[in-house]
Design a protein around this ligand. Structure first.
Ligand code: NAD
Length: 259
């Protein structure tokens, strides 16, 4: 299921799911552009990519800034000469507040990174992908939004917004052999979710193990999602085996959401 030697940009690949996706794509023979805010974390990802024998560049990118996005695409093209794969992964959690208490700046920040950032990246790569008559774009959405989660409305709106964006762009560019899909993870194992459990535990006057167990019980398989499961699904959507899949939003949630 190799993607062949292609150039893949992964936003937010300094750590977490983005790093996992970048390494999985590298293992399958792709060269990687790591686009993230954090230079130290990007260097660590670069070392891991080098360990699997692929090339990468790390480009400090702020997805809130259209100029920064343009510069990243220019650097990617200078280095690899093409952009075949774009993974819009970077995201922020946004505020955890009732709607009437959300500061407008926090609403706008969440949309700017999670939704507008994906738009800016997509807008910049499409001319190249159209010229090549090939491209694979995967937007990392979430089951949050499909499934209501109270006090997370900016995040939910941004993530369900990505599903609408995915379908719309997929219908615009399918004839160029450019596929656009969304992946919607449930709660993924790792330090980020452990911090969320600790916050919830504090708020509810309980311990984080109890919160974690409760979260797992919301899924059919009674487990959290493994980062590698998300990464292999993303890689599948960039592979020849998924050629006829576009405009889809695929849940990988251990059965937490089935629609
Ligand atoms: N972890 C989960 O349980 C989970 C579940 C569903 C969806 N997701 C989604 O998966 C994606 C990755 O999540 P994660 O858990 O790995 O998060 P994370 O916080 O570990 O990593 C996010 C990365 O995005 C980068 N980033 C943030 N703002 C940026 C900006 N303005 N410009 C460039 N880079 C920026 C950060 O520096 C970081 O490296 C996010 O879109 C998230 O919403 C995560």
């Amino acid at each position: 299921m190799d993607c062949e030697q292609k150039a893949a940009i992964v936003t937010g690949a300094g750590r977490g799911l983005g790093r996992e996706i970048a390494i999985e794509l590298a293992k399958r023979g792709n060269n990687i552009v790591i686009a993230d805010l954090n230079p130290e974390e990007m260097s660590e990802t670069q070392e891991m990519i080098s360990d699997v024998g692929q090339s990468s560049i790390a480009v400090q990118t702020d997805l809130r800034d259209p100029t920064s996005v343009t510069e990243t695409i220019d650097e990617a093209l200078d280095e690899f000469g093409s952009i075949d794969i774009l993974i819009n992964n970077a995201g922020i959690a946004g505020p955890n507040l009732p709607c009437e208490e959300i500061p407008i700046e926090e609403w706008e920040e969440t949309i700017a990174v999670n939704l507008r950032g994906a738009f800016l990246m997509t807008r910049e790569v499409l001319p190249t992908m159209k010229d090549q008559r090939f491209g694979r774009i995967v937007n990392i959405s979430s089951v949050t939004g499909k499934r209501p989660v109270s006090q997370r409305s900016p995040y939910a709106a941004s993530k369900l917004g990505l599903v609408g964006f995915t379908r719309s762009i997929a219908s615009e560019v399918g004839e160029y052999d450019i596929n656009v899909n969304a992946v919607c993870p449930g709660s993924v194992e790792g330090p980020r979710i452990e911090r969320v459990f600790e916050r919830y535990a504090e708020a509810r006057g309980t311990d984080s193990e109890t919160v974690k167990q409760g979260e797992m019980e919301k899924s059919a398989r009674v487990e959290l999602v493994k980062p590698t499961s998300v990464a292999t699904l993303v890689a599948f959507l960039c592979s020849p085996e998924s050629e006829q899949m576009t405009g889809q939003d695929l849940n990988i949630s251990a059965g937490k959401v089935m629609y």
